[in-house]
Write a protein that binds this ligand. Structure first.
Ligand SMILES: Cc1ncc(COP(=O)(O)O)c(C=O)c1O
Ligand SMILES: [Zn+2]
Length: 414
């Protein structure tokens, strides 16, 4: 095994009590008793700004173009391309300039690869060989994918309700998999105990501070792709709140370095069946919650106890943000719209971002010509239920009629 390497910073702050402390080697919480995640801290000085701009100019086409703002150097990267995904300009929609950040292009098909890439690089730098995660599916598929490329072993715990395509992906990457007879929250608790008892490196959201470091690169990219400018709004599908807090950290670090003049307002897009962060933040008077629902098609944002809730709520408060709940009908319509109108097939969480965009626009919360970015966080191929879940033979006959070979007269271009 290689000698462990030093990380690029050794400082962190507790997101709950704010107390500075040494950056832990892996998963950890502050001893203030709030069991909250830590935020990695870098000196954001002119030297770091210069290093960042030099790295960007070198033109690396992955998240490692931002290595000076990451906890570990690019020499621990996997062999895959994670990040540097397209920011799709959808033109004028609802009077604003809409962009979709196409995170479906990451190796395992979701934004989670950004977190896994950096966590696995930290693990590799530390000489760790086995990484464990609890996940609703995407973080697991992602960890299994990046670990396979980097030659590490991934140990995965998912709720038994995990969508089939995600399970297939996790298995294909050769991970050690356990299906937990319970919820994501149950899987999370089990991983926490198992990693403590068995000494495993835990990638789980809200415990491992390096997931936020990877995910924040999506904000750095958006700003760079807009010519070092923040958009007016960023809409983030939200479950644990780690993407939301990461996006905010990314924009804030750029602002502190003087690379962007202002930061965006953030929107947490949540399913009406799993609205913990939206409820804690409170609804905007023009965005009343839809009827409560028991279940949702958006499994990847289904979380009872958000693991990065404190930091996510801080991100909403500090960015003058909003939380918006959307129901399954709107989520499924959002999936359809992203695909049929913009050519991007997203999983339900991405549909939730598009649905939230529509709600905000119709409530008149955007100003004319503002720039709005929706995070399309995961590929539609991961979960076909929004499209095929309620299919009846009659629907299929109407939507995709069966024709006989040679029967060209039945082909009517619409
Ligand atoms: C595709 C996708 N979008 C959004 C989220 C929500 O991210 P977070 O749990 O950090 O809020 C997840 C989490 O699993 C996800 O897989
Ligand atoms: Zn603390």
């Amino acid at each position: 095994m290689a000698e462990p390497c030093r990380l690029t910073t050794d400082r962190a702050d507790c997101v709950a009590c704010g107390r500075p402390q040494p950056l832990p080697a892996g998963a950890a919480v502050c001893d203030c008793g709030r069991r909250e995640n830590l935020a990695v801290r870098y000196p954001l000085d002119p030297a770091r700004r210069a290093a960042l701009l030099a790295a960007v100019a070198a033109g690396e086409r992955s998240l490692w173009r931002y290595a000076p703002l990451l906890p570990v150097g690019a020499r621990h990267a996997s062999r895959l391309q994670v990040g540097w995904t397209p920011l799709i300009d959808c033109g004028e929609v609802e009077g604003v300039r809409l962009h979709l950040k196409d995170e479906t292009r990451n190796p395992s098909g979701s934004l989670k690869d950004r977190a896994s890439e950096v966590v696995v690089a930290v693990a590799a730098a530390r000489g760790v060989e086995r990484v464990v995660v609890a996940s609703t599916g995407n973080a697991a598929a992602s960890l299994a994918c990046i670990a396979a490329s980097a030659g590490l072993t991934a140990v995965i715990l998912v709720p038994q309700t995990v969508p089939q395509a995600k399970l297939a992906q996790i298995l294909a990457y050769g991970a050690t998999v356990y299906r937990v007879a319970g919820s994501y929250d149950d899987a999370f608790a089990l991983v926490e105990t198992a990693s403590e008892r068995l000494g495993l490196f835990n990638r789980s959201t809200g415990l491992n501070p390096f997931t936020r470091e990877g995910k924040k690169t999506v904000a750095l990219e958006i700003a760079e792709q807009l010519g070092w400018q923040a958009p007016d709004w960023v809409i983030v599908p939200t479950g644990d709140g780690n993407i939301l807090s990461a996006v905010w950290k990314g924009f804030r670090e750029l602002a502190a370095l003087g690379l962007i003049a202002r930061t965006p307002r953030l929107v947490a897009a949540q399913s009406a069946a799993s609205p913990a962060i939206a409820r804690a933040h409170g609804a905007h008077p023009l965005l009343p919650p839809p009827d409560a629902a028991e279940t949702t098609v958006a499994d990847s944002i289904t979380v009872d106890r958000p693991r990065d809730g404190t930091a996510a709520l801080q991100a909403l408060a500090e960015s003058d943000g909003l939380a918006v709940e959307v129901d399954d009908e709107a989520i499924v319509a959002g999936v359809g719209e992203a695909a049929a109108r913009f050519g991007l097939f997203v999983e339900p969480s991405g549909g939730a971002a598009v649905a939230a965009f529509r709600r905000l626009a119709r409530a008149g919360l955007f100003e004319r010509n503002q720039r709005v970015v929706c995070l399309a966080t995961g590929s539609g191929l991961k979960d076909l239920r929004p499209i095929l879940g309620a299919v009846t033979p009659e629907w299929l006959d109407r939507r995709a009629p069966l024709v006989r070979p040679g029967d060209w007269q039945s082909i009517a271009p619409s």
